[in-house]
Ligand binder design. Structure first.
Ligand code: 3NM
Ligand code: MG
Length: 518
């Protein structure tokens, strides 16, 4: 190959083991994949003898050459030379990059596996054409994977490469990538300063009984942004505190007139209260924990709350099924990682949910958000594992960095609520101590925010979240100030009434209440 203008977007790595390939013929499977749109192929065969490797490589090369798709050999420079293919892919324990380059020459395509920024920078410095970053998610295809780095780990490597002056090296990510997650992985793993060039898959194509269709489907998916990616808008044009406050009454009115479905998978303690809050703000609550009916519900243009407050061994699969259903149609999903750090089950749960889908908003108290920050297994800069309370600046930096990493909105509740979309950070001082004296007030805030997002799908999501918080907390202030409210018991009905009343105040144009936003 004289030119190295290589399309890395859909990188097929082959596997000849019965567990993945089954009874199929590798050459036929790869032909179908190339016809289906694989843009580059790596022949990876850990068991065949050398003569057999060369023979198969030559057969594969006939097909790839005709399609102008580069063929690389895993690990074996000698096989690549003997078969006359376009290059090799070397792992950290294989022949080193510089020697491979010496043997194959400057025109060869040489890729290197990297698990860490150090490995990535070294390979780029040594002249790798591309890097295979991973392991993204645990995969049976490679049971000896060194470390699972998630989308956060891939993103950290990409941004480190850019900072180290290696923006030019191409990158793909590998490990557990398939049709159900490739759009999200491309979206969440890419760093603002350096995007991924593609995905690398083994089983998603090789284990498929219809490799051509599987490849076509992947090709289709990677060409389009995920359904949940926000419409692009320019944050700098919007959002002063005044503009958000001014818009809040309109959003509340829209909520009440649209009556969106408020699907809550929430804990046993707050189901009733959260449903009442949803009704008070004009939503249509459904408290369904059954993941199997989530696809039907997701089509009703509402939003979903996943609250980890009370979980059972069955909960996680229901949560994951519902998350996938809402992600598939771009419906907003809010994660409330209740007690996230408290038990091993909950820490595991947060990890599994974040690896299993996209959350439009993650809402929690300081401890919960710190657990979320660490859930990727990757060290979050600026977050120590200590228990000391963070000051406001550190809270702001934490929510901003997690939101930037997850490409979503993160809200840390507290005396001052801090919310960020990864760029902008807003702190809100509203609320009342009585909210802390009743059960479920945090969970029902999640319900409220998700309801607002359901009617503000196209708009500025940070503004929508802030509007939800303001409405909720100002209603609490108004309730607490009432003469008939003497404590938590009388506060609850008064709070529901005030939430309900805000809608009417907004309708009649009496928007004075919104001015109490702080
Ligand atoms: N290398 P699947 S993970 C070949 O992390 C390979 O470097 C990995 O298989 C790495 O697409 C992997 O079936 C296997 O999950 C990926
Ligand atoms: Mg290897």
């Amino acid at each position: 190959m004289a030119s190295k203008t290589v399309d890395y977007s859909l990188y097929l790595v082959t596997d000849s083991t019965p567990a993945i390939l089954g009874e199929a013929d590798l050459v036929d499977v790869m032909r179908q994949a190339v016809e289906g749109g694989a843009t580059i192929v790596q022949y990876r065969d850990k068991t065949s003898d050398t003569a057999e490797l060369v023979r198969i490589a030559k057969e594969l090369h006939k097909i790839t050459s005709a399609a102008k798709v580069p063929l690389l050999i895993n690990d074996r420079v000698d096989v690549a030379l003997a078969a006359g293919v376009e290059g090799v892919h070397v792992g950290q324990d294989d022949l080193d990059m510089k020697t491979a380059r010496k043997l194959l020459g400057s025109n060869a395509i040489i890729g290197v596996t990297a698990n860490s920024l150090e490995e990535a920078v070294a390979a780029a410095r040594d002249g790798a054409d591309y890097l295979g970053l991973g392991t993204v998610y645990a995969t049976p295809t490679k049971s000896n994977a060194k470390s699972i780095i998630g989308t956060a780990g891939v993103q950290q490597i990409l941004s480190g490469l850019a900072s180290a002056g290696h923006s030019a090296v191409k990158t793909v990510c590998i490990g557990g990538v398939n049709a159900s997650n490739c759009q999200r992985i491309l979206y969440q793993a890419s760093a603002p300063e350096k995007a991924l060039d593609g995905i690398a898959v083994v089983s998603a194509i090789i284990a498929s009984s219809t490799p051509r269709t599987a490849t076509q489907q992947l090709q289709q998916l990677i060409k389009t942004p995920p359904p949940f990616a926000p419409a692009s808008f320019n944050p700098s044009q919007t959002s002063t505190p005044e503009s958000i406050i001014a818009r809040t009454p309109t959003i509340i009115q829209k909520l009440a007139s649209t009556q969106p479905l408020c699907h809550n998978m929430t804990n046993l303690v707050v189901q009733n209260f959260a449903a009442n809050v949803a009704l008070a703000i004009g939503g249509s609550p459904i408290m369904s924990n059954n993941g199997l009916e989530a696809p039907d519900l997701a089509n009703l243009k509402g939003s979903l709350v996943i609250n980890m407050g009370t979980t059972t061994p069955e909960t996680r699969s229901n949560h994951l099924a519902a998350l996938a259903a809402y992600n598939a149609v771009g419906g907003p999903v809010l994660l409330d990682p209740v007690g996230a750090g408290a038990t091993a089950q909950r820490r595991e749960g947060v990890k599994a949910l974040m690896a299993g889908g996209y959350f439009t908003v993650i809402k929690g108290n300081e401890g919960e958000i710190r657990t979320v920050a660490g859930a990727s297994g990757f060290q979050q800069r600026g977050v120590d594992s200590g228990t000391a309370q963070l000051d406001l600046a550190a809270r702001a930096e934490l929510v901003r960095s997690v939101a930037r990493r997850e490409r979503n909105i993160v809200l840390m509740t507290g005396e001052k609520d801090v919310v960020s979309d990864g760029t902008r950070v807003v702190a809100i001082t509203n609320g009342h101590a009585l909210l802390g004296a009743i059960t479920g007030s945090g969970c029902a805030l999640g319900t409220t925010i998700a309801a607002v997002l359901a009617v503000e799908r196209e708009g500025d999501r940070l503004e929508a979240v802030v509007a939800g918080i303001l409405m909720y907390e100002i209603a609490a202030e108004r309730a607490a100030e009432r003469e008939d409210v003497r404590g938590p018991g009388t506060f609850i009905p008064a709070f529901l009434d005030e939430l309900y009343t805000l809608r009417n105040l907004s309708r009649t144009g009496q928007n004075e209440w919104a001015k109490s936003a702080k």
